[in-house]
Design a binder for this molecule. Structure first.
Ligand SMILES: Cc1cc2nc3c(=O)[nH]c(=O)nc-3n(C[C@H](O)[C@H](O)[C@H](O)COP(=O)(O)O)c2cc1C
Length: 236
């Protein structure tokens, strides 16, 4: 979560049972950094680092988590208009997963063709495979489900064919205050990629519903900030 999930935050919550911790999202190139700046100016939290600091900053954040939690995989969620800066993050010492953000719906990010707008790119598969083929760490692609004009099942196939290791799906559905479990099940049924289900994991009941879709794993965002988890993640 932009502006929130830094190493200090993650080091505090990892002991609740997480085996992957995601830093960021970070903006990595001039257009996304400028978009972040605009988002901050209208009062929303963002991580905001200049181009000459962002890569060394992420490296320090990864080292801080690894120094306290050796067995936890560290992921960095990143936005960029081109693959090269993401490849650079994928080479950071100690980083286990680089996560391409095809999920953000902030208007400043969408306006530059980034975040969920990436799902409409004709060259999405090439963009992802360039990264997959040039980093040593694993690659995750985080998407938002049910984006207007985008078929989530088609996108899942493109991401799998591009060679990504994980498909991280925010299974949001407009007007519904729960995850789109049916969609997650459909994606899991028709693909072999490791699917990480996300959205509304805030109770043991919802963890069970998420697991029943066939996902490889699940992620939790807002319920971690609120401290409202009524379950121990390590039990699932
Ligand atoms: C304040 C805030 C900031 C977020 N920033 C990011 C981000 O930078 N990158 C990203 O992929 N998702 C981001 N998200 C989305 C969450 O990671 C997650 O997909 C979404 O909140 C749904 O999951 P949840 O129901 O567990 O919260 C953010 C969410 C919130 C509430």
């Amino acid at each position: 979560m932009a502006g929130i999930t830094d190493s200090t935050f993650l080091n505090k919550v990892i002991p609740y049972g997480f085996d992957v911790a995601t830093l960021g999202g970070y903006s990595l190139d001039a257009p996304t950094i400028e978009a972040s700046n605009k988002i901050i100016q209208r009062g929303r939290k963002e991580f905001h680092f200049p181009l000459d600091e962002i890569f060394s900053h992420i490296e320090k954040e990864v080292a801080s988590i690894k120094s306290m939690h050796k067995d936890v995989k560290v992921s960095a969620n990143v936005r960029s208009t081109t693959p090269q800066p993401i490849i650079e993050v994928g080479k950071i010492n100690g980083l286990d997963i680089v996560e391409i953000n095809c999920h953000c719906r902030q208007e400043e990010i969408i306006a530059i063709g980034c975040g969920q707008e990436m799902l409409k790119r004709d060259d999405l598969g090439n963009f992802i495979s360039k990264i997959v083929n040039n980093v040593d760490c694993e690659v995750s692609v985080k998407i938002r489900a049910n984006v207007d004009g985008v078929n989530t099942l088609d996108i899942a196939k493109i991401i799998e064919d591009a060679g990504a290791d994980y498909l991280h799906i925010d299974a949001m559905k407009k007007g519904v205050f729960d995850a789109d479990y049916n969609l997650l099940k459909s994606v899991c049924d028709c693909s072999d990629i490791k699917v990480i289900g996300n959205n509304s994991v805030n109770s043991s009941e919802n963890v069970k519903k998420m697991i029943n879709t066939g996902v490889y794993g699940f992620s939790i965002a807002r319920a971690v900030i609120s401290g409202n988890l009524d379950f121990n993640i390590a039990n699932f």
